[in-house]
Design a protein around this ligand. Structure first.
Ligand code: FMN
Length: 440
């Protein structure tokens, strides 16, 4: 039997048109209707998943490239995942939910109060995926900050949020019908935080989390500053899954070193790797899909170009396929990391044609060869087990939208296999999301 691991869901591309661009759209679910997501999360809970991290970008991006985001709904429209959360809590009992919150946009007092409310309403199942995207600042009249400064602000924000959650000392909440005394105001602290970015006075108008523990803090940034933030603040650190145990081990070590530097231990942080498997019923079928991906037709290349165009804020679909892609094709504001993502290990600007780059991007790899995420449920379970055994990994988040067909495609065969191998929980404790993540 394998070692139990944590399994969750990364709700990628967030609360937007689920199934758009796929035949699944014809199922007729309305993406603005909570019943679509309710159907999906019931299945996630039946599967024994710990939590759902809900991606978000609150902005549609810069006006010049708006059309690239909305054209195929790659970057928007998106509704606010925080407001979807209560609908999902209502139809589940154990599953945790961590919507994305931008620490540069939501004022900390408001975030602390919203989180406290949802944590109570859900019986301790709430978390916050704290991000530092600075492009949205203009929507709230804030000055955009540089990369590290945005993390500094997020750190201050998190301190204030946590401080507010603990405004009420032990014994402040009395709730004694015999005396008619509800609370003791002398035990509620009126703290003030006055820092570089926030000037906030408490106390928080919410009751304490007696017995529930705080909402969990999730973070996805992988830069040195991002990891320092995680080491000090996060209960869960996310990263995209590499394909080998050595890289997982090294990444975990960096997170745990950052936690140790902040006076915390490995028991205080869970590192979860996000992966998007393409699961097929047989090895032969998986081989066939990978082989076919080596010869993408024009339609597939256009699809890849469209998907890349949104993130790159550059319309690749309008560029000639058979000419070298030059640096001048991109605006100055485009993220160099995203450009490197398009180029991959082998690609070179000004040398490779767009067709060559997109063809490489379209190429899939077999899980069994550790070259990609196409495989059978047994092969994915082998991989997850290997990361657990060889790299001490805590677990994985399966990535996809919340269209019910996606959930079934990923979980139908995988859940029984992971359960048989002792990797996936058979049932839940009653410790809320904190219990889900830290009971083992
Ligand atoms: C798994 C994962 C999930 C992420 N989810 C979001 C998200 O929902 N919203 C967002 O604005 N950024 C998201 N990001 C981006 C990070 O917040 C961060 O901006 C990015 O990783 C760059 O930060 P870094 O320079 O510290 O690595 C995500 C990143 C990763 C790896």
């Amino acid at each position: 039997m394998g070692r139990l691991q944590h399994v969750g869901w990364f709700f990628s591309r967030g609360f937007g048109p689920q199934g758009w661009g796929r035949e699944d759209w014809r199922w007729g679910w309305r993406w603005t209707d909570p019943r679509l997501y309710q159907q999906a999360v019931r299945e996630l809970e039946q599967a024994g998943l710990d939590l759902v991290v809900m991606e978000d970008a609150l902005s549609l991006g810069s006006p010049e490239t708006l059309h690239l985001r909305v054209r195929e709904a790659y970057g928007g429209p998106k509704h606010d995942p925080l407001l979807l959360a209560p609908y999902l809590f209502d139809v589940t009992s154990h599953l945790g939910l961590a919507p994305t919150v931008n620490a540069g946009v939501t004022p900390p007092y408001l975030a602390a109060r919203q989180a406290a409310t949802l944590h109570h309403l859900s019986g301790g199942r709430f978390g916050l995926n704290v991000v530092t995207d600075t492009g949205s600042a203009r929507h709230v009249g804030a000055a955009p900050l540089g990369h590290d400064a945005a993390y500094d602000r997020a750190e201050e924000w998190t301190d204030v949020v946590r401080g507010l959650w603990h405004s009420w000392e032990d014994g402040a909440l009395v709730a004694d019908p015999a005396t008619g005394r509800f609370a003791d105001g002398d035990r509620i602290r009126t703290q003030r935080w006055s820092g570089a970015h926030f000037d906030v006075t408490g106390p928080l108008n919410a009751v304490p989390f007696d017995g529930l523990g705080d909402p969990v803090v999730v973070s996805p940034g992988g830069s040195p500053r991002g990891l320092a933030y995680a080491g000090r603040n996060s209960d869960v650190q996310l990263a995209y899954a590499p394909l080998d145990a050595g890289t997982v081990r090294a990444y975990r070590a960096r997170v745990l070193d950052a936690a140790a530097a902040a006076g915390r231990t490995a028991d205080d942080v869970r590192v979860l790797f996000v992966l998007k498997p393409e699961l097929l019923p047989s090895r032969e079928e998986a081989d066939r899909v990978v082989e076919a991906s080596r010869h993408p037709d024009e339609a597939v290349l256009l699809q890849v170009a469209a998907a890349q165009s949104s993130d790159l804020e550059t319309d690749l679909t309008a560029l000639p396929l058979d000419e070298p892609l030059r640096a001048s094709a991109f605006g100055e504001h485009v993220s160099q990391g995203t450009v490197r993502g398009l180029l991959g290990k082998e690609g070179e600007l000004g040398v490779d044609t767009l067709r060559e780059l997109l063809t490489r991007k379209a190429r899939k790899g077999r899980l069994s060869a550790r070259e990609g995420f196409v495989g059978t449920a047994e092969e994915l379970a082998d991989f997850v087990e290997e990361l657990g055994e060889d790299a001490g990994n805590d677990g994985v988040l399966l990535s996809g939208d919340l269209h019910p067909t996606t959930v079934h495609r990923v979980l139908d065969d995988l859940v029984p296999v992971l359960r048989r191998r002792g990797v996936l929980r058979e049932g839940y404790g009653d410790g809320g999301v904190r219990g889900n993540l830290f009971d083992f």
